[in-house]
Design a protein around this ligand. Structure first.
Ligand SMILES: *Cc1c(COP(=O)(O)O)cnc(C)c1O
Length: 422
């Protein structure tokens, strides 16, 4: 039996994997740590191993997250796994977007093509599996966005009670519609976001409800597979850069851990660099990066990219570690830059929600500044689906608020009128 454990990223204190715990006694974040050399030996882990492996799950062929079972949650038995075949997302190469950017070798990994429309599903399959293994009574989160949508779908799949807590006054119905539809109970708390977070951890202690916010280290194990899958799709050739948005910095943390482990296991020889992109109005990580990580100043966040509208990122310390491992940088972009980049991604027939398009906006900025070179190989991550935020699209194109808007045109019912547009 291969052992994994929970380990504090600061003081190194260890806890068994069976303990329901999210922070160390010293207050810092926990990693799920696997015995990599034992795993490597037992499964003879190699590129060939993953290339030739046929993964099946519950009798179905299944790639994605559980293709990397051995390095995600090796002790999970097949009958414990709660999965909706997440992952296995496309890696697009698009001429229009590449030429707008001025890049030759550019790939977009589209995590909006997951079951509920965001990468959160990759984390949720693993964390929900762990909730079941720990015999928890319910799963909970505080979120108005993609986390609650994903939690709701996985709670349904696992046949476990799901609860979403949101602060009153911040309820945009469009954003929680998926959670409502998938049958999770949404509790509107007469308080603020901090009250919701406090209630979640109290619910864990007193009610055996398992928190699935990104502070949950099992979520990050699932999100690691975005990197593993990309490397495999690129035939294990390491790109020069990974570019992606940063909000609570769960992906930043997970991606760094994935590459660090891939390097330790001998899958890759060089480390790619990270460029984490934040929205200007929600850029505490960018500000901290500029002051050499001397301090994190929490902000009141404001941006149209709601998925990264976060003023006090939960995974800050893990994210710093990832930047050190990858010689990474942080950039910030305006809402206008995000929307214009989005119009390019959308018009390429690919499309993604605003937070995802911070990736492309940031990349454009870093190319103009010469930080990223046109001849380098770049992988950008699109984190969420275009349909997550239709109102933004309507405002941009029909409301003509955008620089590249494409409004509909009214015409008389005559073929000559139609012909004008061909
Ligand atoms: C959650 C989310 C993010 C932010 O990711 P972090 O891991 O919290 O930095 C970005 N984009 C989308 C679409 C999301 O759902």
């Amino acid at each position: 039996m291969i052992s994994s454990l929970l380990k504090c990223i600061s003081c190194g204190k260890e806890f068994p994997l069976t303990e329901v715990r999210f922070t160390c006694t010293c207050g810092n974040l926990l990693d799920v740590e696997h015995d990599l050399s034992a795993l490597k030996k037992k499964f003879r882990l190699s590129k060939k191993y993953f290339d030739s492996k046929n993964t099946t799950l519950h009798g179905q062929p299944s790639g994605g997250v559980w293709h990397f079972h051995e390095i995600v949650l090796p002790s999970a038995k097949e009958n414990e796994i709660v999965s909706k075949q997440e992952g296995n997302t496309r890696l697009y190469q698009n001429r229009k977007i590449s030429s707008w950017l001025g890049l030759k070798r550019f790939y977009l990994k589209h995590e909006g093509e997951n079951p509920t429309g965001s990468f959160k599903d990759r984390g949720m399959t693993v964390a929900t599996t762990q909730a079941k293994r720990l015999r928890q009574k319910a799963v909970v989160c505080a979120s108005t966005g993609n986390t609650s949508a994903s939690l709701a779908a996985y709670a349904s799949e696992a046949d476990i009670t799901g609860l979403v807590l949101i602060p009153k006054g911040n309820v945009a119905v469009g954003k929680i519609s998926q959670a409502l539809a998938y049958g999770t109970k949404t509790l509107v708390v007469n308080g603020d976001f901090d009250d919701c977070m406090r209630l979640i951890f109290e619910a864990q202690e007193k009610l055996q409800a398992y928190p699935l916010n990104s502070i949950n280290p099992f979520r990050l194990e699932g999100q690691k597979t975005i990197i593993w899958e990309t490397l495999q799709q690129l035939d294990w050739k390491v790109p020069d850069w990974f570019v992606f948005p940063g909000g609570n910095l769960g992906n930043t943390s997970a991606f760094g851990k994935a590459l660090h482990e891939a390097h330790q296991l001998g899958f890759i020889e060089k480390m790619p660099r990270f460029a984490v992109i934040q929205a200007e109005g929600a850029s505490p990580f960018y500000q901290a990066f500029k002051n050499g990580f001397k301090e994190l100043k929490a902000q009141k966040a404001e941006t149209i990219a709601t998925a990264i509208k976060i003023g006090n990122p939960a995974n800050y310390t893990k994210a710093i570690r990832s930047l050190r491992w990858t010689n990474g940088i942080v950039e910030s972009v305006t809402d206008e830059e995000i929307l214009d980049a989005k119009s390019v991604v959308d018009a390429a027939g690919i499309g993604a929600e605003p937070a995802s398009c911070a990736t492309v906006a940031g990349l454009k900025k870093l190319l103009s500044a010469g930080t990223i070179k046109p001849k380098e190989t770049v992988v950008g991550i699109l984190t969420g689906n275009i349909l997550k935020d239709p109102q933004i699209i309507v405002d941009y194109h029909i409301g003509k608020k955008g620089n590249r808007s494409n409004p509909p045109v009214e015409i008389a019912p005559s073929i000559n009128e139609v012909a004008k547009f061909l």
